[in-house]
Design a protein around this ligand. Structure first.
Ligand code: CA
Length: 254
């Protein structure tokens, strides 16, 4: 995602802080890893952001426990603080959507393990997960740190919507929501001709989050994510040594 400060725009009178969290900023990452989210977790862990917790949602796989294992693998490979816990969330949308070949595409795209079938064998996968559900963790931690946490969502917005349904006061507790989703400003979607996968997997949740009253939402739609030069990144990683770089190269190859 691209950080942006619009304060230098002469046509804009409002002051904006950088769109993406900076080193030391507390974040909760809601994710469905997923090869692209695996890279995001690795980069987040290496960025210096203070990861308060990682919550798992359906999307790039059907089994949130397996997706949670993927998240743990990424965090450990990236050298994240061992105290960072992974909390399992919902395995289906807040309102069931019809399963079609198109809506099941995420599972097919990311392989049987949702990680491009490159799970490293050298890392144990018998991880323990956080005792709270994803939605309960989100509310608990945001309540403990009111106005400080940035929610970063990389999958369907099911967990955040589920949290909102129980706690309508959540928007007042969150500093900012950074959402990877939607196909705003782009002529085609990646799930259907007009829809982006994260929003298509739970459109009700997307609607409920976007209209819940969060004071600061940063949306990173497809046209933003398509700015990443994967070829250059893969070349750079290929020239590096180490298990993490190797896994990332395999992921890109998949
Ligand atoms: Ca994702």
């Amino acid at each position: 995602m691209v950080g942006a400060s619009l304060s230098k725009n002469p046509g804009c009178s409002r002051e904006f802080s950088p769109a993406t969290p900076q080193a030391g900023d507390p974040v909760i990452i809601d994710t469905d890893p997923g090869v692209d989210d695996a890279m995001a977790l690795v980069l987040a862990a290496a960025s210096g952001m203070r990861i308060e917790g990682v919550t798992i949602v359906h999307g790039n796989g059907d089994d949130v426990r397996e997706l949670g294992i993927n998240a743990n693998i990424c965090l450990r490979l990236a050298g994240a603080d061992p105290s960072v816990e992974v909390f399992l969330g919902d395995g289906k949308p807040v309102v069931e959507v019809a399963i079609t070949e198109a809506t099941h595409a995420g599972v097919d795209v990311h392989g049987a393990d949702s990680l491009g079938q490159v799970r490293p064998q050298t890392i144990a996968s018998d991880f323990k997960f956080g005792s709270l559900s994803a939605k309960d963790f989100i509310y608990k931690r945001c309540s403990e740190m009111p106005g400080r946490i940035t929610l970063v969502t990389l999958g369907p917005l099911t967990n955040v919507a589920a949290c909102l349904r129980e706690h309508p006061d959540l928007p007042g507790l969150v500093k900012r929501v950074v959402i990877m989703g939607g196909a705003v400003g782009e002529k085609r979607g990646n799930r259907t001709p007009s829809s982006e996968a994260n929003f298509a997997d739970d459109p009700t949740a997307a609607h409920e989050v976007l209209t819940a009253g969060f004071s600061d939402i940063v949306l990173a739609p497809l046209d933003v994510t398509h700015q990443l030069d994967l070829i250059a990144l893969r070349k750079s990683l290929s020239e590096s040594n180490g298990e993490l770089a190797g896994v990332c190269v395999f992921i890109f190859t998949f």
